[in-house]
Ligand binder design. Sequence first.
Ligand SMILES: NC(=O)c1ccc[n+]([C@@H]2O[C@H](COP(=O)([O-])OP(=O)(O)OC[C@H]3O[C@@H](n4cnc5c(N)ncnc54)[C@H](O)[C@@H]3O)[C@@H](O)[C@H]2O)c1
Length: 257
Amino acid sequence: MGRLDGKVCVITGAGGGMGRDAAQLFTQEGAKVCAADVNLDAAKETASGCAEGTVFAHQVDVADEASVAAMMSATKDHFGGIDVLYNNAGISPADDASVLDTTTEAWDRVQAVNTKGVFLCCKHGIPHLLDRGGGSVINVASFVAIVGAATSQISYTASKGAVLSMTRELAVQFARQSVRVNALCPGPVETPLLLRIFGDDPAALERRRNHWPTGRLAKAREVVNGALFLASDESSYVTGATFLVDGGLTAAYVTPE
Ligand SMILES: NC(=O)c1ccc[n+]([C@@H]2O[C@H](COP(=O)([O-])OP(=O)(O)OC[C@H]3O[C@@H](n4cnc5c(N)ncnc54)[C@H](O)[C@@H]3O)[C@@H](O)[C@H]2O)c1
């Protein structure tokens, strides 16, 4: 028996990184998955890596309201309803940096995907969960919603703070209707998003490594295992949580080296 038997999950950003890993793990645990991404070819590749009939690939731009509403309707048409929203799509572009240098255009682009995207997925997804009598929403924030860095990505950090507080409010609003809403806050994870940032600058990686108690990046699966728990009924009394999977990063003051 799978831990997600009978559940229909919408995973955004499922064309890469943690979203792709989640589609694989969730389907292995019995879920049916809408693997949604702005990059349709990448979403299709995710689907082709999962068991036949368990995943359908869908193109979505989470920053676009009509596109998000269409994704939810398509999932309902395909699998009969929705039980889990895994709002995972996010961007971290290079031109989002210090407040002194970041343009309003760069600020707006990150907010559109990371903040408005989660808002839209909740706005158009939660009604489907209510139709099923409840469900689980996993909003992906980050450890940067909890601690600051001198090497700033100002819009990204602000967006993740917004996701965290939006999550708490939704959790309270829908608790008595059996819709749980939690913020998954990964530490630094070995995915294309982070490797793009460190790829050209190994010194930047080394500078940060000093601050990680474990001294290493997380594997995608180590975070997605947390999402699996939040998606499943095992977390039935967990809502409004700041669910950190950060290798102790936010607990650290001085690290071993
Ligand atoms: N990698 C990390 O260290 C880390 C740490 C904390 C939080 N996070 C968060 O985890 C989530 C997943 O990150 P990842 O590292 O797997 O990223 P990734 O870049 O590997 O994958 C993100 C996916 O989102 C898709 N996407 C981008 N814009 C989109 C849009 N407008 N609509 C739909 N899809 C879109 C991309 O095409 C990509 O497939 C993000 O929200 C990210 O901010 C990542």
